[in-house]
Design a protein around this ligand. Structure first.
Ligand SMILES: N[C@@H](CCC(=O)N[C@@H](CS)C(=O)NCC(=O)O)C(=O)O
Length: 206
């Protein structure tokens, strides 16, 4: 049995494991979950993932993994995306945690309520400035960090790049001005030039 990835179209979180799968050449079946109609919270899906969120992976031996960065890490192990050096591995985790605490919680809702479901934008108008401010702070930290570097950690492309890229490359759709972060822009181009790269819509059919 192949791995099975539950995903949502348009989701930066779902994109991360999908890109790892593509770039490491692993087979996987993809199962779309329509979060916009509440499918991720219905009784059937809650039996699969009680957290009610995607992405969610059922491994080839039938076990489940939630959280995009945990799934991406699992799928990337044993490849050059997760090098053996213990310090490098810890630094990769450091940036994956940064992504989940400083970027994703701000970029994702700003994008969701302005680009994916703009009809709900007004209901979230009071929260938007906070997301933009905190997300911009995260992007500023990332820009300064990336200025002298080619990739996030060490001297090559790792799963940290995939995790951080997941929502960073979608930030303009949330109202962030990526032109303010030139080192981020150059790094995103390097990620897009890595072998096997494919964009979100190609990897996550709607
Ligand atoms: N921290 C989680 C966030 C997952 C998440 O927010 N998933 C969204 C789609 S991007 C979702 O499932 N939303 C539907 C819901 O919460 O019901 C991760 O990195 O996987």
């Amino acid at each position: 049995m192949a791995h099975k990835l539950y995903y949502a179209p348009g989701s930066g979180n779902s994109f991360k494991p999908a890109l790892v799968l593509r770039q490491t050449g692993q087979t996987c079946t993809f199962q779309k979950v329509d979060v916009l109609t509440g499918e991720s919270r219905n009784a059937e899906f809650l039996k699969i993932n009680s957290r009610g969120q995607v992405p969610y992976l059922i491994t080839s031996d039938g076990r489940g993994i939630g959280e995009s960065n945990a799934i991406a890490w699992y799928l990337a192990q044993g490849t050059s995306l997760v090098p053996d050096d213990p310090v490098t591995r810890a630094q990769i985790l450091q940036w994956m945690i940064f992504e989940q605490t400083s970027l994703e919680p701000n970029i994702s809702p700003a994008r969701f309520f302005t680009h994916i479901v703009p009809s709900l934008r007004d209901q979230h108008a009071a929260e938007l400035p906070g997301w933009l401010e905190a997300g911009s702070r995260g992007l500023g930290i990332l820009d300064e960090y990336l200025y002298p570097r080619e990739f996030m950690v060490g001297d090559g492309y790792t799963v940290a790049d995939i995790a951080v890229y997941g929502y960073t490359h979608l930030a303009e759709q949330g109202g962030f001005e990526l032109a303010r972060y030139p080192a981020v822009g150059r790094w995103m181009q390097r990620v897009q030039s890595t072998p096997g790269y494919a964009n979100l819509d190609a990897l996550l059919p709607s």
